[in-house]
Design a protein. Structure first.
Length: 308
């Protein structure tokens, strides 16, 4: 397939009283994304934390106590997303979840559902300071269940996921691109404009370096009722290498590297048709060939200090 429609969510946090309220809200939101004609829907990092509202208020601000209690919601969440993927006949990346992969060991896991309801997952590898130091979430690279970069073979093409902070480091996306990834999905949860900018710039850099699309979906929240969330900001966006390719088609890739972008902190879906022929042409015969030339860098490359 050379083109398909994708939708990135700027997903607004809700506070619930009952599980059925969550299921109804998510079902409506996914239905809105499906109604755009998108074949792949991307939800943000940690938007599942709105389920903290279903726990007793005494633990709303105790992030470590929340981790084991959240596990009761995981089977229902997986069933719900599987049903929605089947119902709408599309690929669906669920909001990442603090999953207990082994007893007492928690990973930030994004579940990726196929149109037939089956799912796989990508674990976050690089932890932020909050995750590691306060919350006790481990990086997937710790070698527990999962713990490596995945590339998902889909009917739409090869897709990879970098969860938020992961997108700020080149190595993971580079490995995925070498395995044939053409679209990088970046679900994020950033509590400030500073954090949002870091993930945004990282996503744009990964698109540039690997000459692929990067799709950014942020969590939005004003949830002072829980320390697990507090605030979340951002804008959904789709990035590409800033290179028109040899053909220099009038409808080619934009000079800004920003293919599409929603309004800051405005909830909803950003939908766009990705034309993989454009990025393939850039990788084949662009003004520069970042993806090819990066392979020429020696793995043992080091820097010498020169005194002036």
């Amino acid at each position: 397939m050379t083109s398909f429609q994708i939708a990135a969510a700027a997903y607004p946090c809700q506070q619930y009283t009952h599980w059925d309220d969550y299921a109804a809200h998510l079902s409506r939101f996914v239905a809105e994304g499906a109604a755009t004609g998108a074949k792949l829907l991307l939800l943000p990092e940690y938007a599942s934390l709105e389920l903290v509202s279903l726990l007793r208020p005494a633990v709303w601000n105790d992030v470590q106590a929340q981790r084991p209690l959240m596990q009761q919601f995981l089977p229902g969440m997986l069933d719900l997303h599987s049903r929605l993927a089947r119902q709408h006949g599309l690929y669906l990346v669920a909001a990442s979840f603090p999953t207990e992969a082994e007893a007492g060991h928690y990973l930030n896991r994004a579940y990726f559902f196929a149109p037939d309801g089956r799912h796989s997952h990508q674990d976050k590898i690089m932890m932020t300071r909050f995750e590691a130091e306060e919350w006790g979430i481990e990086g997937g690279s710790a070698g527990r269940d999962g713990g490596q970069a995945q590339v998902f073979e889909t009917e739409l093409g090869r897709v990879g996921i970098n969860i938020c902070y992961d997108a700020e480091f080149p190595a993971m996306a580079a490995a995925q691109a070498r395995a044939g990834m053409e679209v990088l999905l970046v679900p994020s949860f950033t509590g400030s404009a500073h954090g949002y900018t870091r993930v945004r710039v990282g996503s744009m850099a990964r698109a540039l370096e690997n000459q692929i699309y990067a799709v950014h979906a942020p969590f939005l929240a004003d949830a002072r009722w829980t320390y697990a969330i507090e605030a979340a900001v951002g804008a959904a966006a789709i990035y590409a290498p800033a290179d028109p390719g040899a053909a220099q088609a009038p409808n080619g890739l934009p000079a800004s590297g920003i293919v599409a972008q929603g309004e800051m902190n405005a909830p909803g879906w950003l939908t766009y048709t990705l034309d993989l022929a454009l990025t393939r042409e850039v990788r084949r015969d662009g003004h520069v060939l970042n993806a090819r030339d990066s392979l020429r860098l020696p793995s043992s490359l080091s820097a010498d200090v020169v005194r002036l």
